[in-house]
Design a protein around this ligand. Structure first.
Ligand code: ADP
Ligand code: MG
Length: 356
């Protein structure tokens, strides 16, 4: 089941939580909605589920308009971060709930419900725990029960709002892998909300980056990491160095470093900002052999040993801008540098955005 969000605007009184959002989620994909807190992720999910109505725009499921359809008729499964299971019901009854409250006509028989619940328990790897109560389970187990409960009604797709957000790192990693596996097995369309870029990158076929109620970029994890559409996406996806400079004579100057551009109009002069990742900063103790226009000198302010990687805090001698470099421990040992050493720095993979 594909989901189409067309020109959606959602306001609460004078505050606009979603501004003209467009989105296409192809059938069978696992899509992550990624953005900082308050960017409108939950609002978008609630609109798709039918828990809220937009002021403008439409929501289509497989081409069919569902904008004003009741939440109960949409056949979506959802799991929220703090999805309270029914505390007074055991796991079996929790999972069976959605089926057992159906009207007589559509309700499966007791035997059918039992069979369904047991196959779901198997799917979420909680066989044998049917008679426990939620308080007797770990956080990770509870979220798997919540998923089984959402799946019990055979939804057309799953909406997950930071389902692992409240769990510790190790359990989260396990659940991510498990969700990926489950998705492969069921082939269900899944829309997954997270504010954790690593989680989005690891899990998703497509990532939708949101900020302040807008969609900033949609793409595969590779695309958004290596070709971020704008400075927001760039900065949100990992550690970043910023260098300030200008476009001049068809070239970009960031301090003494110079970059060719495909800027046609040589007369244009404008402020520009170069973004680069710390792992793309190349450090050497001797000047680069072929004198490179992309090299500058810098002083090492601080060295942080972070297990397998080493991070250097540096200061450029030309512009006095501070920045970070990351490298393997092995590379760091080869360099044989210490704090206050002066080194040569070559800037690779700089993304230039012009201030406008
Ligand atoms: P996210 O899930 O990305 O953290 P939300 O969708 O929950 O963001 O919220 C987006 C913005 O809309 C926030 O600024 C939030 O305060 C506001 N908002 C959400 N729901 C309501 C509401 N019912 N009434 C007023 N403002 C709301
Ligand atoms: Mg939220």
């Amino acid at each position: 089941m594909s989901i189409e969000v067309v020109n959606i605007t959602k306001s609460y009184k004078s505050f606009t939580a979603l501004k003209n959002v467009n989105l296409h989620i192809p059938e069978g994909e696992l899509v992550a909605l990624l953005g900082p807190s308050g960017s409108g992720k939950t609002t978008l999910l609630r609109l798709i589920a039918g828990l809220e109505q937009p002021q403008e725009g439409r929501i289509l499921f497989h081409g069919e308009d569902n904008t004003n359809r009741d939440v109960r008729e949409r056949q979506v499964g959802f799991v929220f971060q703090h999805y309270a299971l029914f505390r007074h019901m055991n796991i079996f009854d929790n999972i069976a709930f959605g089926l057992s409250v159906r009207s007589r006509k559509t309700r499966p028989s007791k035997e059918e419900i039992s069979e369904k619940v047991h196959s779901l328990l198997k799917l979420v790897q909680l066989e044998g725990l049917a008679h426990r109560y939620p308080s007797q389970l770990s956080g990770g187990q509870r979220q798997r029960v919540a998923l089984a409960r959402a799946l019990a009604v055979e939804p057309k797709f799953l909406l997950l709002d930071e389902p692992f957000g409240a769990l510790d790192t190790k359990v989260r990693q396990e659940l991510r892998r498990w969700l990926r596996h489950l998705h492969g097995k069921l082939g269900l369309t899944i829309l997954f909300v997270t504010h954790d870029q690593e989680e989005a990158m690891e899990l998703a076929d497509q990532v939708v980056v949101m900020n302040e109620g807008r969609v900033e970029q949609v793409g595969s994890p590779e695309e958004i990491y290596h070709h971020p559409a704008n400075p927001f996406v760039y900065s949100f996806l990992g550690r970043v160095n910023l260098f300030h400079g200008r476009i001049q004579n068809g070239k970009i100057k960031l301090g003494e470093a110079e970059f060719e551009t495909d800027w046609k109009d040589k007369a244009v002069e404008a402020p520009a900002v170069g973004y680069m990742r710390p792992h793309d900063v190349e450090i050497s103790v001797r000047p680069p052999e072929a004198k490179s226009a992309r090299s500058v000198q810098a002083e090492i302010n601080h060295i942080s040993l972070l297990g397998p990687i080493v991070r250097l805090d540096l200061k450029r001698l030309d512009t006095e801008e501070v920045f970070e470099a990351e490298m393997s421990r092995q590379r760091f040992m080869e360099l044989n540098v210490e704090e206050q050493s002066i080194v040569y720095v070559t800037l690779h993979n700089v993304s230039i955005y012009v201030d406008s």
